[in-house]
Design a protein. Sequence first.
Length: 280
Amino acid sequence: MHPYDSAEPKQAHDRPDGRPADAASAERVVGRHRRPEPPRRALLRSTRVRAALVTGVSCCLGVAAFAGTRQADGPAEPVQGALVDRAAAAAEAEQRASRSLERSPAVPVTVSPSPTAKPSPSATRKPKPKPVRPARPRPVAGLSQLQMDNAKTIVDVGRDMKLPRRGLVVAVATAMQESDLHNLASDVLPESANYPHQGSGSDHDSVGLFQQRPSSGWGTVRDLMRPAYAARVFYEALLEVPGWEEMSLTAAAQAVQISAFPDAYAQHEERATTVVAALT
């Protein structure tokens, strides 16, 4: 016994229901053992019940998290509407899959080969190749290729200027007499040798196919050494001669050239006519 304890036994206080407090404690504990409790956890021990509870809690947590996320991001469609749309899409996909499984296999289509049509003779006929004109004219009348090329330049310039054939013959015959259809430089004019040429002469300052003199106003040395330019200024001078078309070849050429040998041009008329015919 504790020294402070009284020798008298303690009185139990009465409870509101009229029972002493110690009596209530005596009802809960009997000796050192507890009173057996009712089997409250038998239902939770079932596997199906536990699985159902876990599934329900997971779904609730997922819906709550999804709703919280949608609210944090901003206004969006209701969760219920989104779930309904997904369910409808899944049902439609399942229905399409079932229809595709029920569909009968396609019947192979047999295409009968058409009879081979024979090509028409016009389709198989090869087109005739167009005649290819040589880049350089074939020499005629005893001319070399170089002379024929110079004659072609004279004829081409005359045709561009719309001169009649008679004017072309006069020009070619004149060049035959003056330079033998060669683009000549002049020993008197050293400058003329600086330009493309096919020989040289020494008749004063005469240069080119028509032996035109720069000192007489026909043009510069550089211009007169160009066959196309020399031919053009010859035709321009010929067109200024009144009635040149009714003149003899010698008279027409002499009216332009003012040569010391006016009758020398006539000897080239036949060859010049042959050359012009070959080039036109």
